[in-house]
Design a protein around this ligand. Structure first.
Ligand code: COA
Length: 157
């Protein structure tokens, strides 16, 4: 039941990965955001610009897949080292899927010239990011209706 793999997302994973992000966002994050924040999030993940960036390898996607091939987690990076999205299916949370996606992202970033990985954590994600080694770089703030805590993790100490 808890076997899964992490792999780089391909073109035909995009729709399922974004559908998972939308579903888990609605369940765990949306309630703490204003309507503006929820609308901004939905526009962000449905925007064709994001998909085009993915298609030209400027926006990177990872998926976690169960033994049956179903996408049970997803994460994405923008600007080469900034976590843009990270969502794990509710039936699969607290089984190490999120941590494994972060490790795959760290491996990717460590092969570039970047020395850290950054994220704007949602309130729900804060204990998770602290647990996998991120530290706050600023206070919680509201940006476009979205509540975020900026954090980073050094790749090379
Ligand atoms: C945050 C999220 C991605 C974590 O994914 P996950 O696969 O459940 O995380 P892991 O199982 O790898 O957890 C690793 C560690 O993080 C900590 N952690 C994870 N979820 C936690 C929670 N809800 N509360 C407290 N600590 C948590 C724990 O220390 C955990 O280790 P443990 O289970 O051995 O105690 C997932 O809960 C999720 O999709 N949340 C909703 C969306 C969200 O907030 N995403 C972040 C957007 S910035």
């Amino acid at each position: 039941m808890s076997n899964f793999i992490i792999e780089k997302g391909k073109e035909n994973d995009w729709e399922d990965a974004m559908a998972l992000a939308y579903r888990i966002f609605q369940k765990y994050v949306a309630a703490e955001y204003s309507k503006e924040g929820v609308d901004n999030f939905v526009s962000f993940i449905t925007d064709q610009h994001l998909y085009r960036m993915f298609m030209i390898d400027e926006y990177h996607l990872w998926v976690a897949r169960s033994e049956t091939g179903e996408i049970i987690g997803m994460g994405s990076l923008r600007s080469g080292n900034h976590i843009s999205l990270l969502f794990v299916d509710d039936k699969w949370q607290r089984m190490g899927v999120g941590r494994s996606i972060i490790h795959a992202m760290e491996d990717f970033v460590s092969e570039s010239d970047k020395t850290c990985i950054t994220v704007n954590a949602s309130p729900y994600g804060i204990p998770f990011y602290h647990s996998v080694g991120f530290v706050d770089t600023d206070k919680e703030t509201v940006n476009g209706g979205m509540i975020i805590t900026p954090m980073k993790k050094m790749i090379f100490e």
